[in-house]
Ligand binder design. Structure first.
Ligand code: CDP
Ligand code: CDP
Length: 215
């Protein structure tokens, strides 16, 4: 079973993807980490002429099995850098094969990101598009960062998330839009458990329908 989970920053897609993976016993890939790792590799070159070429080289050289070794992947700064390298077509192309191989492994998989249902797994069994209003997302991300001991400027974080979402949605190479066959799940008023229950209900229903339509 291949499950695609997409959505904007801090919508809860990673938490949900991990929960679904645990529930169905599937491996899970947070594809944002790939872009974050590439972004970190070119941090020093931000907004300079060599940025694009360095990002392409970093994406091609990325060892995706060692992401856990890259420092500060979860920081807001890494998110901004990630969204800057994510607009480069060659970067997305370089990261494609790893994601596609992960998605198509024999036992199935759950992937979360921006373009999973549109580009990486257009053939996913179930596609979820996670939404939550901007203030709720900012507050979630703020608490997540604070729980790691960081001091958060909520005003700055709100604008940073809005700016990143805008860049992602305008990214001509990004594929960040709700696929026609994706199920919209708004988690603004849902806690983690309630969101997971709602997602499991969608997956079970889609899979039951698929089973029922088999000859
Ligand atoms: O992966 P994404 O950036 O979309 O979000 P996340 O990392 O899964 O969630 C961001 C934060 O919001 C985490 O600390 C989650 O525990 C929290 N969260 C929440 O409070 N309520 C939800 N329904 C989902 C996530
Ligand atoms: O967790 P959050 O939603 O804040 O960010 P993320 O999923 O780690 O993604 C960081 C950035 O990487 C996004 O803002 C996108 O610019 C980019 N990204 C992408 O373009 N395609 C993906 N499949 C995943 C991430």
């Amino acid at each position: 079973m291949m499950i695609a989970v997409d959505g904007p920053a801090a919508s809860g897609k990673g938490t949900l993807a991990a929960g679904l993976a645990g529930h169905y016993g599937l491996p899970c890939l947070d594809t944002g980490l790939l872009y974050r790792a590439v972004g970190r590799a070119v941090d020093a070159l931000e907004d300079q002429p060599g940025f694009e070429a360095a990002a392409i080289a970093a994406a091609r050289a990325l060892d995706a099995s060692h992401l856990a070794d890259v420092a500060e992947l979860g920081s807001a700064r890494s998110g901004v850098l990630a969204s800057k390298v994510a607009v480069i077509a060659e970067v997305r192309q370089a990261l494609f094969d790893y994601q596609r191989q992960f998605a198509t492994q024999p036992g199935g998989a759950v992937l979360d990101g921006r373009d999973i249902g549109t580009r990486i797994c257009p053939d996913a069994d179930v596609k979820l598009f996670i939404q939550a209003d901007s203030k709720a997302r900012m507050e979630r991300r703020a608490r997540q960062l604070e729980s790691r001991g960081l001091v958060v400027d909520r005003y700055a974080l709100y604008h940073q998330i809005e700016e990143r979402d805008a860049r992602d949605m305008a990214n001509p190479n990004g594929g960040f839009y709700k696929a026609d066959d994706a199920h919209l799940l708004d988690t603004t008023l849902l806690g983690i458990e309630a969101a997971l229950r709602a997602a499991i209900a969608i997956v079970d229903e889609v899979m039951a329908r698929k089973e029922g339509s088999k000859p």
